[in-house]
Design a protein around this ligand. Sequence first.
Ligand code: DGL
Length: 267
Amino acid sequence: MDNRPIGVFDSGVGGLTSINALNEVLPDESIIYFGDTARTPYGSKSPRTICEFSLQIADFLEKQGVKMLIIACNTITSVALKEIQKAHPTMLVQGIIEPAAQEVAKVCNKDNSVGIIATMVTTQSRAYENALHALKGDLNVHSQACPAFVPLIEEGAIESETMDTTIHHYLDSFVEQHKIDTLVLGCTHYPIIKKEIEKCCPSIKTIIDPSMALAEAAERMLGIHDMLAEKKTQKNIFYASDLSADFVNMINRLGITGDYRLEQHSF
Ligand code: DGL
C-alpha cells in the first residue's frame, strides 16, 4: 500500500483524456498532472528536445513526491521512455504505447486493416508497428501522421470547419487506400476529436482510444509492486506550464470530476 500520488504527464492538454479512465480504474489514487502547454506541440520537435523536456517534467513530478510516472503521451513514450526509466531507476514508469498495442492485438487479427494516427515523431519512430508486430506478427498495420491536429486542439478549434477539413485532408485517402476498418488514436489529444473523426470517416468500424488500457496497465503495475493507494489523500492537482483559459476549458470540456487545484509551473 502506498498513498503517495501518481504523476501523469503530456506535452499539453492531451493527457487530460486519460484522467477520467484513471479516476475510474484507480479511484483511490491522488493524481498530479503536468501539461507542458507553454512548449506544446512536441510531435514535430526533435527526439533530443523531447527527451530534454520530458526529463525536466519527470524530475519536477518526482520532487512533488509521486510514486509513479504515467506517460500519457505517445510522442514522449515513443522517443523518451527508456531515457526516463534510466534517469529514474527506482520509480515506476508506465508508457502508453505498450498497453495500446496490447489492446489492439486483443481485438484485431490479420483480416483487419489497422490505421495508426499519431504525431510525426511517433509515426517516424515506428514504435506502434514494432510493439504490434512483436505481439502479432501478421497484423496489417498502416500509419498516418496528422501534425496539424494537436495545434488545432490546443487552440480549442474542435467543432470547426477547419478541423473537419483537416480530418478529411489527412484521413480520406489514407482510409480509402488501405481500407482501414480499425483506427487507433495514437496521440492522447485525438480522443478530443473522436466524434469529428467518426463524422468525417463513417466507413471506419472501430476507433480505439487507449486511455482505458493505459489506466488498467497502471493499475496492474501498482498492484504487482503492492503500491496501490488505500485512499485518496489529496485533491488532484493540474499543473500547466502556461495556465491558459484553453487548459482550464479542456478540463471542463472533458467532464473531469472531483475536487482539484490548478497550478502553473514553468521551466
Ligand atoms: N499528446 C501527445 C501524444 O500522445 C502529443 C502532442 C504533441 O504533439 O505535443 O503524442
